[in-house]
Design a protein around this ligand. Structure first.
Ligand SMILES: Cc1cc2nc3c(=O)[nH]c(=O)nc-3n(C[C@H](O)[C@H](O)[C@H](O)COP(=O)(O)OP(=O)(O)OC[C@H]3O[C@@H](n4cnc5c(N)ncnc54)[C@H](O)[C@@H]3O)c2cc1C
Length: 457
């Protein structure tokens, strides 16, 4: 007989939240305010034992199961309707081993938790561009951030994972043990089980050279043409992503620039101030910047600079692609759509994914697009649900205009629910191997609230 909810409650040490509980409304919410799902039960696990019990309960009761790390996923893949959510947000332990230069991280951490702990030792693990994103979801999709050009994707610095599989068993996967699983989780998302902890390699990252250069929109073609060349040969200590954005009315920006739509490069460089100045000067000297404000900052400050702008609960609509090159025609389309940002928070970012990330072969991890130079993300964002249609339409038409120039697939962590063909296009020739590994570890596709890889036939 299938386990009852009372038996599950007795089996776990964490929280079990159901629709009638006062905590339910807050507990069911995820970061993207556009997602409005009502799970039947939420288990806030405190350890692997809780997760094993929840997986067993979900299996015996044939429930749809979603795994939640930081709850940031754009498509809302950290929750589901009428199913079981296994929420790891209470599993926040971080242990730095300064001698070995590694960090062991609980599956419910967000990057701010990790940065805080590692910064005390003058080190960092390659993460993203914002500190509130979940470690789990970001890592399992690949992990693109300020340190990508210098130290590779997050998965290139992943040393091992502890996991609970669909059959409820607990395993460790690394380059020696369950190495097929370790290959698959480095890009293949939450398809293979619940990761209870991650171990990463750390790097000496402490003070970085951080800040934006803003240019008037009229100079966007000149800036983009210079940027596509500059980023190919810039030293790997240099990271700067290109953006169309509206300068927020924040005290750190001059008032005359508030609410101005501009193009920008947001820099975060790991070299000294002098080296950064020398290396970035050719780009920062292009055109006539409105503001050029790059200076020393603790890495934790760079990582959390956007946190106050992008607060939880906003409406988000996402589209993405990889690009190996930016043709003049593609730049023309960028300018056409990027200069029509529909709301203050909406934006388009071109993240450089070259440098160290390209030194890993496309078949060495599940993440496939190693030859891409840029990961593009277009996001319509606004607090007001009444603007959901407006931001969605802008995002889709921008994407439709650029997609023909793309490399064909996208970073899975920047996708909404775009269907199986798009997932396959993003894994390319790694998809068959992923499907075989899925069949071995999750033959019934128990974990399917994700960018789903179907078990091989
Ligand atoms: C504001 C913002 C900024 C972002 N910035 C970046 C960035 O700089 N770089 C980047 O690479 N990405 C970035 N992303 C995208 C981000 O990587 C994805 O949204 C990712 O899914 C978030 O992970 P999460 O744990 O917060 O998500 P959740 O919504 O909790 O989970 C998403 C999916 O991940 C899987 N998952 C989560 N936890 C686990 C677990 N413990 N075990 C197994 N599977 C799990 C599940 O499939 C789940 O459905 C950003 C997203 C937002 C909203």
């Amino acid at each position: 007989m299938a386990q009852s909810i009372e038996q599950l409650k007795a089996a776990i040490r964490g929280q079990l939240i159901q629709p009638a509980d006062p905590a339910y409304e807050a507990a069911r919410r995820v970061y993207n305010g556009m997602i409005d799902k009502r799970p039947r039960v939420i288990v806030r696990a405190v350890d692997a034992g809780d997760i094993m019990a929840a997986v067993q309960y979900g299996r015996e009761n044939e429930l749809l199961v979603a795994i939640r790390g930081g709850g940031h996923n754009g498509a809302g893949l950290g929750t589901c309707d009428d199913g079981l959510v296994i929420d790891l947000s209470l599993m926040k332990g971080v242990r730095v081993d300064p001698a070995a230069r590694t960090v062991r991280v609980g599956g419910g951490c967000v990057w701010g938790d990790v940065d805080h702990a590692t910064h005390a030792f003058g080190m960092a693990a390659p993460c993203g561009f914002i500190s509130t994103t979940g470690v789990a979801g970001l890592t399992l999709g690949g992990g693109i951030g300020y340190l990508t050009r210098r130290y590779g994707l997050t998965i290139d610095n992943l040393l091992s994972v502890d996991m609970v599989l669909a059959d409820g068993s607990f395993v460790t996967a690394d380059s020696k043990e369950n190495s097929d699983l370790f290959w698959a989780v480095r890009g293949g998302g939450g398809n293979f089980g619940v990761v209870t902890s991650f171990k990463y390699r750390l790097h000496p990252v402490n003070t970085v050279q951080f800040g934006p250069t803003f240019w008037p929109l009229e100079q966007a073609a000149e800036v983009l043409k210079a940027y596509r060349e500059f980023i190919l040969t810039a030293p790997e200590d240099v990271n700067g992503f290109f953006a169309f954005l509206v300068i927020p009315p924040a005290p750190m920006f001059p008032e005359n620039l508030h609410m101005k739509m501009v193009c920008a490069i947001v820099w975060c460089c790991t070299g000294t101030a002098e080296d950064t100045e020398k290396a970035t000067r050719p780009m920062r000297a292009v055109g006539t910047p409105l503001l050029d404000a790059v200076g020393p900052a603790p890495f934790t400050a760079a990582q959390s600079a956007f946190d106050g702008l992008f607060v939880p609960g906003l409406q988000w609509y996402w589209r993405a692609d990889y690009f190996t090159e930016l043709s003049d025609a593609a730049i023309g389309k960028h300018i056409e759509h990027g200069s029509k940002l529909p709301t203050m928070l909406s934006t388009m970012h071109l993240y450089p994914v070259n440098g160290a990330a390209q030194r890993v072969d496309k078949n060495d991890t599940a993440y496939s697009f190693r030859e891409a130079t840029f990961a593009e993300v277009i996001v319509g964002i606004d607090p007001d649900p009444a603007n959901a249609g407006k931001i969605t339409d802008w995002c889709r038409s921008y994407y439709d205009a650029l997609h023909p120039y793309s490399a064909g697939g996208a970073y899975v962590n920047f996708m909404m629910d775009e269907g199986p063909e798009r997932v396959q296009a993003s894994f390319r020739d790694n998809y068959g191997r992923l499907a075989a590994i899925k069949k071995k570890y999750d033959p019934a596709n128990f974990f399917r609230v994700n960018q789903n890889i179907k078990p091989a036939a």
